[in-house]
Write a protein that binds this ligand. Structure first.
Ligand SMILES: [Zn+2]
Length: 415
């Protein structure tokens, strides 16, 4: 039994100053209103002056510290082992549009990592696919040659696989594959595919929303030029998530509200926001949180392999080179290619730049993503819940990360 004492406990509805949190068998056994003095057989850990918050859950992250989810080797395990130092206790490994072989390989790694979590690593959740079914006009850094239209009902069968790939360094770039092959890979890996981002305005897009929702996936609207009506139709068909609100979608204007307004207006949709203060201006992010409420917003990093490494370094995103700048990651041609954000900095930005309370910051960084993904017992500090939590100092830097009650990261050195 471990008792964390001192510090401010960030509960779902308030801050409990100077309380104690009792961990037993990987769960939160009790939350006590005062500092524990008598150990009563437990190990007392004085967290000092800081906050104890639920572990961060990032539903959109491509990589960190030089590792990309689509790399050769076992990048998912490498990413999972590195994220706890940023306060992340669970994450959805996220892909960019790629060929069926690369996608199947990544999903196999996801499956293995979900089946057994090595001590010290963050929990691997079902993957988030920034899929092949996005609008080329809004693709951002996604490779145009990998984008496909949703298959019509008549289209079936496989393309001949011979000669359909080119080697690009470590990465095998597939060039000749069908939409149906991608859907076959998704179907074969069904429980390991959580979120699928797509553009509903593509021909057959709304039917694809319906089919993926029926198969148990969570459809997210994004990389899309959908009008308000097209987005509304997709939500009617089952879409419940929006991918990096405002980035790579039709802008919200007062006469042509577009997809951004649809996902803001519809209560059943929860929205991701890249909280680096750069991808979305803090004032606009704050407006979005005010419009939706923290319970409908998920702070994400959209972090790449360029996260956690020095500006000027290079890394990869889906096999392509990206460069780390002071504010984000970019392709060689300067296209914005995701962020270099980490969840500790997202939390800090939400409080210091957006002006949310620490309680609301914990909701958007942990509670809402857990609820939206149906992760019972995660994302809140409450008796009976899983003891996944982060100790932050007053500057919101990570001093310690606990997963299932085990301290897996300690102030600057892995525990
Ligand atoms: Zn992304």
């Amino acid at each position: 039994m471990i008792v964390l004492t001192g510090g401010d406990l960030v509960l779902p509805d308030r801050i409990l100053a100077n309380g104690s949190l009792v961990i037993d068998a990987g769960r939160i056994a009790a939350i006590e209103p005062s500092p524990r003095v008598d150990p009563g057989g437990a190990t007392i850990v004085d967290v000092g002056d800081g906050y104890i918050v639920p572990g961060f859950i990032d539903v959109h992250v491509h990589g960190v510290e030089g590792f990309d989810t689509l790399d050769a080797g076992d990048p998912i395990a490498a990413i999972a082992s590195r994220l706890p130092r940023y306060g992340v206790t669970a994450f959805c490994p996220t892909s960019v549009a790629c060929g069926p072989v690369a996608l199947a390989a990544m999903l196999a790694h996801v499956s293995r990592s979900r089946a057994a979590r090595p001590s010290g690593s963050a929990r691997v959740l079902a993957a988030h696919l920034e899929s092949n079914f996005i609008n080329p006009e809004y693709r951002g850094a996604q490779p145009a040659e990998c984008l496909r239209r949703p298959p019509g009902p008549a289209e079936a069968g496989h393309y001949v696989r011979e000669g359909n790939s080119v080697r690009d360094g470590e990465f095998v770039r597939e060039v000749d594959f069908s939409a149906r092959e991608i859907l076959d890979v998704i179907a074969a890996a069904r429980p390991d595919v959580g979120i699928v981002t797509l553009a509903p305005e593509l021909p057959g897009g709304v039917d694809l929303v319906r089919a993926l929702t029926a198969a148990g996936h969570r459809v997210s609207l994004g990389h899309s030029g959908a009008t308000l009506d097209e987005a509304m139709a997709a939500i009617d068909a089952g879409a419940r998530h929006a991918t990096h609100l405002f980035n790579r979608m039709t802008p919200l204007t007062h006469r042509a509200p577009g997809i951004a307004a649809a996902v803001l207006a519809r209560e059943e949709v929860a929205v991701e926001i890249i909280c680096d203060g750069y991808h979305v201006h803090p004032v606009v992010a704050r407006i979005a949180v005010a419009a939706k409420g923290p319970a409908r917003v998920m702070a994400i990093t959209d972090g790449t392999a360029g996260s956690g490494i020095a500006p000027g370094s290079t890394a990869r995103l889906g096999g392509r080179r990206i460069r780390v700048t002071d504010s984000a990651a970019v392709l060689d041609d300067g296209t914005l290619a995701g962020s270099t954000l980490t969840m500790d900095r997202a939390f800090r930005t939400v409080v210091t730049a957006l002006g949310l309370s620490v309680v609301d910051a914990a909701i958007v960084c942990a509670t809402t993503p857990a609820r939206e993904l149906g992760l019972a017992g995660l994302g809140v500090l409450a008796p009976g819940c899983v003891a996944d939590l982060v100790v932050l100092d007053r500057g919101f830097r990570v001093r310690g990360t606990f997963i299932a009650g085990e301290q897996v990261y300690r102030g600057g050195v892995a525990a």
